[in-house]
Design a protein around this ligand. Structure first.
Ligand code: 5GP
Length: 114
């Protein structure tokens, strides 16, 4: 997989506002926040898109989702609610090809998305 800006954030080569880190997952604020809380959770091991997930990644993806939902709870977002989004490839609107989960909260979300 090609290096992305997110690999540089993992290696601390470029700055980011990191809010979560464990052995497998990094969470940092989106540089172009679309909600009062907009945090990206990424696996430290680079996986380009949802299409590239293997059966053996099931635990890692579980950890990614749990990191986001625990953070949402810790930030007081759980009761009002929040949105988790993973974009895939062009039609999904993916622009950075290192799998990431967007956690968006702190305002009313709308459906359907644009
Ligand atoms: P995607 O469109 O691929 O689902 O989301 C990529 C996200 O990464 C976008 O919301 C964009 O604002 C964010 N992003 C792109 N470059 C950077 C960066 O250098 N730092 C941070 N913190 N976020 C970035």
């Amino acid at each position: 997989m090609e290096d992305t800006i997110f690999s540089k954030i993992i290696r601390r080569e470029i700055p980011a506002d990191i809010v979560h880190e464990d052995d497998d997952v990094l969470g940092f604020r989106d540089i172009n926040a679309q909600a009062p809380t907009h945090v990206l959770f990424i696996p430290k091991r680079p996986i380009a898109t949802l299409n590239d997930l293997q059966e053996s990644d099931a635990v890692l993806i579980g950890k990614l989702v749990l990191a986001a939902t625990r953070y949402a709870r810790a930030e007081g977002l759980a009761d009002d609610g929040y949105r988790c989004v993973i974009n895939c490839n062009g039609h999904g609107g993916q622009t950075v090809f290192h799998l990431h989960l967007h956690l968006l909260g702190g305002r009313q979300m709308h459906w359907p998305p644009g």
